[in-house]
Design a binder for this molecule. Sequence first.
Ligand SMILES: NC(=O)c1ccc[n+]([C@@H]2O[C@H](COP(=O)([O-])OP(=O)(O)OC[C@H]3O[C@@H](n4cnc5c(N)ncnc54)[C@H](OP(=O)(O)O)[C@@H]3O)[C@@H](O)[C@H]2O)c1
Length: 260
Amino acid sequence: MTQQLALITGASSGIGATYAKQLATRGSNLILVARDAARLDALAASLREAHGVEVSVLAADLTRTEDLQRVAQTFADNERITMLVNNAGMTVEGEFVEGEIAPIQTMLALNIVALTQLAHSAAQAFQRRGNGTIVNLASVLAIVNESANGAYNASKAYVLSLTRNMQRELAESGVRVQAVLPGLTRTEIFERSGKSVSDLPADKLMEVEDLVAAALHGLESGELVTIPSVEDMGLWQNYDNARFAILPFISLNKPASRYL
Ligand SMILES: NC(=O)c1ccc[n+]([C@@H]2O[C@H](COP(=O)([O-])OP(=O)(O)OC[C@H]3O[C@@H](n4cnc5c(N)ncnc54)[C@H](OP(=O)(O)O)[C@@H]3O)[C@@H](O)[C@H]2O)c1
């Protein structure tokens, strides 16, 4: 059996660092990507020591074109890579209209542009080899229009839509694609955008170890969409069924009667 080699973006903290720890526990070799090289080096050293796995570090700012190209090229250059955890992401302070546009543009460069390029490069390389796994980190806010920053929610709706279209395109290819939709999870993402994790309702906040363990469990059991806190996935199926119900009517050769 080929040993797994997972490239994880945003591996210096939170969900990405926790994927690194839990995949290393399962014997996976790792490539860790984020901006903070010192943090990545420290994590890499501790994982090599604790689990005897190979861990390399790629320091990169994925909002910078040259850095993004360098990381994307890794999938074509390194045939040993078997998994992408497309996790690096950020949010911004406040609502969409009231917020500054510059941080929103940086967020879109990370949450959408970088994620797309890495998903594309990994998918092409994995498809050629007929094997590989791509995990895209969306958010439950992908299906929420009632709160939070609209551009963040929309960026995660993009990730969900892209992932589901990739699942369709890659269904017969041997390449697995999973969308993970975390709810509130205890990481640095809140402090980074000027909020405090201690202000969040405790009954809605998941520990990051539980979130990643559930996501990996979902992956291993073949889930395409994983929403870790939802007990009854029939609710998700109903949500999807409502989408199927409208599909026969969304493109016809005449307007609906209310417009005539
Ligand atoms: N926590 C939640 O409640 C929650 C809920 C739903 C979805 N998510 C999603 O889960 C993913 C991980 O978030 P998290 O909660 O683990 O947040 P986090 O603790 O803030 O981690 C974000 C990671 O992304 C990296 N990163 C940020 N900007 C980057 C850039 N320009 N280039 C490369 N790496 C960059 C950070 O490392 P450096 O600073 O070293 O670059 C860090 O490793 C994100 O996609 C987020 O949207 C989180």
